[in-house]
Design a binder for this molecule. Sequence first.
Ligand SMILES: Cc1ncc(COP(=O)(O)O)c(C=O)c1O
Length: 494
Amino acid sequence: LKTAASPHILAHLPIDRNSKTPLHRQVYNALRKAILDGMLRPGQRVPATRALAEELEISRLPVLAAYEQLIHEGYIAGRSGSGTYVCAAPPDRMLAARPDTHRVGGESNGTLGSAKKRHAPLRAVPLGRDEGGIRAFRVTLPALDQFPHELWSRLVARHARRLAPIHMAYGDPAGIGALRAAIADHLRTARAVRCEPEQVLVLSGSQAALRICAAVLLGRGDRVAVEEPGYPGAHAAVRASGAELVPVPVDDDGIDVEALAALRQRVRAVYVTPSHQYPLGSSMSAARRLALLEWAARHDAWILEDDYDSEYRYVSRPLGALQGIDTRDRVIYIGTFSKVLFPSLRVGYLVVPRSLWESFLDARDALDVCSPTLYQLVLAEFLHEGHFARHLRRMRGVYLRRREAMLEGLARHCLDGLSVVNADAGLHIATLLNRGSSDVAMVRRLATAGLKANPLSQCYIGESHRNGLLLGFGGFDEKTLLAATRKLGELLRA
Ligand SMILES: Cc1ncc(COP(=O)(O)O)c(C=O)c1O
């Protein structure tokens, strides 16, 4: 064949002149299968009808009929003057992605499927960074299988149906009042945060929160102290704003405040995860909390408290937030719904000292105006009606069982290759690999076995680091975790 896509295509066109299936149907079936199997890729050219007919030694008419049908159903599309191409999103894939879609017709009964519309050719889209990423032990996932989809979709549908014009216009950059009030209620009772709704700024998650903190509090080249090891997402957000990171070691009591105080450079702010240190898992002791607040007041510095998953604590009651014991307004509190609901929701919030409110509001407005109002309305009702508190209670039980399964699996299969650092809280467990093992190499090996972990070494900014695996358990049921830890054990021994 003479066209670019042609060389392998003949293998998919086993034309049988003696078959009862008409020739046009055979060509249609074969090309459609080649597209759905990925042999013909989105954006790829399909052979010209004349060339294909010649190659198959059949008349051009059945080929034309097959192409017409495929164009009609949205598998291929013609571009004037340049031939015929595979569409970016073949219709069967779109149907497969929506389990509630009922298909009519199809191969077996000889009808031509349900698509009646002519699909415009879509541009080919490259795969995203995280596509297909729900694999044990991915660290960023809550129990998505346990999410109350029914209830949530009912709320979304109800609010979408009656969305008033005012809710379709640009919204308040601070967030809708009902949601800010519901968040303040939750934070006061569940996290001992001292706040009023007027201090709550709704935004799209911790990353955005850090960008806004940097815009308000930091100048280019200012220094921000961060926990070492610490959260790479925070490192990226702070760096992107032009600030410089200064690593300060953490131990079992949290960030080493003496080391922080001993820094020779002036530090404008410190980013900490006091309730559940990311990645190692410790919680900041009361003495350290007081020392850190004292240091901030003395150095006129800000504390950025990231309270990302503190609702889940297994060894004692959840610890109150650092913000709650701050009497001098040095703490900016960062919260998110990513772990307690789901990350693609992209809703988080800041609790801002009153003296900084106007500056934060301006920075938030400048970033992307406001969060989508529809989801704020849904969330406000979800919180206000008690669904959120119920969901948290139920999830505590789910995560407790998953954590137990994880620890049991690690103890049974993996402890000759790694050791657990801390499993008191949150949705992941930090482990250390035996001396001499590279965590990056190990993570690569896990990927070939369909598993996903994060290397501890990449949470360090400085030269010296430890090798370990960060293993998420929140997103996977007990059976999956037991099987995955067995596999992990085999890889550790290999
Ligand atoms: C330390 C830490 N902070 C915050 C988050 C959540 O980030 P976001 O609100 O941007 O989804 C995560 C998620 O993995 C995290 O590990």
